[in-house]
Design a protein. Structure first.
Length: 398
């Protein structure tokens, strides 16, 4: 691993995940980020001392190797649940079951933490994101719902008070980068005491959201808020005007499939879609029965002992309703994510063969075994397609 340079290596290769970790650890303020564009971080080479800290925390260039090589598709899981917030308003307004909001509000109200680092729609620019350190339940609730665009969540680590305690909510790559920050700056481990991860397939660029707005001809100056999901499950994409009225509404799956499905280069190589480094991971129960009685539900994975203890505390305080489920049920509900995980190493090695830029990947025996299985699967799939097409042609000739 070359650590004598800076994150220009990652940005020039298109491998930046826009997590903001580099900005958070730079000791000389040589890195700047623009939270309103799809641009990558910029390094002031005149200020940069080439200490290598930014690269040490870069999950884009140097991702955690365990998700690529381990046998488990889900990482470490102590217990798996399906559940929802018992606060009907929180549940209804959330993207899924409202667990992230309920967990955050409980931690704050119980005095366990002083703040939550999380993302919300920018108050002054509705089409963009901002990362805040929420210190009240009201601030937490202002962050409800998914944000399908870049956020640089880790950059707020720079603003924490070392005498206080925090929870951190982010995508799998954000959690990986946070883990790297805590390794490089171990003193921060006493401040950031909970890591809550959100399942993620990929993060669309801002350009994708802009295309939705442009497609339907809305003046961006008169938009006060964008809701990607909410109002039931899987929810509705909504555009609100300056009076707070809904001027456009469409089912979330329609918007996702038409405008948000384009995968950025680095997301194609991701092997951690379920936040394997978190204390608690939260996702959607796709492919599972949904009554939709007032809102959605969350898949909940307790990965650490303190994560499991926190879930039990919320259950005991009647803040959430949870039922244990099997890992097989989790696997069935996350097929698209796990398919992506299975193919990640294959995509990296194939890209390397083609001389394309890729994240660092440590080759081991288990990885070769997974690669062989993936190649075998692809060969069988191509063969089946060929046989199917041949059969159709034969029938046409008859």
């Amino acid at each position: 691993m070359v650590l004598s340079d800076n994150i220009n290596i990652a940005t020039k290769k298109g491998l930046c995940l826009r997590c903001g970790a580099c900005y958070a650890v730079c000791p000389v303020d040589a890195i700047s980020i623009d939270l309103t564009t799809d641009n990558y971080p910029i390094v002031d080479n005149l200020l940069c001392t080439k200490c290598g800290k930014c690269l040490k925390v870069c999950s884009g260039m140097f991702p955690d190797q365990q998700p690529y090589a381990q046998k488990s598709l889900l990482g470490t899981v102590l217990n798996a649940y399906i559940g929802f917030s018992n606060d009907a308003k929180i549940r209804r307004s959330s993207a899924s079951g409202g667990l992230a909001t309920s967990i955050s509000c409980y931690l704050l109200s119980a005095g366990i933490i002083d703040g939550v680092i999380l993302v919300r729609g920018n108050i002054s620019n509705a089409l963009r994101n901002e990362v805040i350190i929420a210190s009240t339940s009201e601030e937490v609730k202002s962050c409800q719902g998914s944000r399908y665009s870049p956020a640089y969540v880790c950059h707020r680590i720079r603003n924490i008070d070392m005498t206080k305690r925090y929870a951190f909510i982010g995508k799998p790559c954000d959690i990986q980068s946070l883990h790297k920050i805590l390794t490089v700056c171990p003193e921060l481990s006493k401040a950031v005491i909970y890591k809550i991860g959100i399942f993620c397939h990929h993060t669309p660029n801002y350009k994708s959201t802009d295309q939705v707005i442009d497609k339907f001809g809305y003046n961006k100056e008169f938009i006060s808020r964008i809701q990607y999901r909410g109002d039931g499950w899987p929810g509705y994409f909504k555009i609100f005007d300056n009076n707070g009225d809904v001027v456009f509404q469409e089912k979330y799956p329609v918007i996702w499939s038409k405008y948000l499905l384009k995968i950025p280069k680095r997301c194609n190589f991701c092997s951690d879609c379920t936040a394997e480094s978190a204390d608690i991971s939260l996702g959607d129960p796709w492919n599972m029965p949904q009554e939709n009685e007032g809102g959605g539900k969350n898949i909940i994975l307790a990965r650490s002992r303190k994560g499991e203890d926190l879930i039990r505390l919320l259950i005991d305080n009647n803040l959430i309703t949870c039922v244990k489920i099997s890992l097989i049920q989790v696997l069935q509900s996350s097929k698209s994510l796990l398919k992506k995980k299975n193919s990640a190493a294959y995509k990296i090695i194939l890209a390397k063969i083609r001389m394309n830029d890729t994240p660092y990947l440590k080759i081991n025996l288990h990885l070769f075994f997974n690669m062989a299985k993936h190649i075998s699967y692809r060969v069988k799939r191509i063969k089946n397609i060929f046989v199917s097409n041949s059969s159709k042609k034969d029938k046409e000739l008859v």
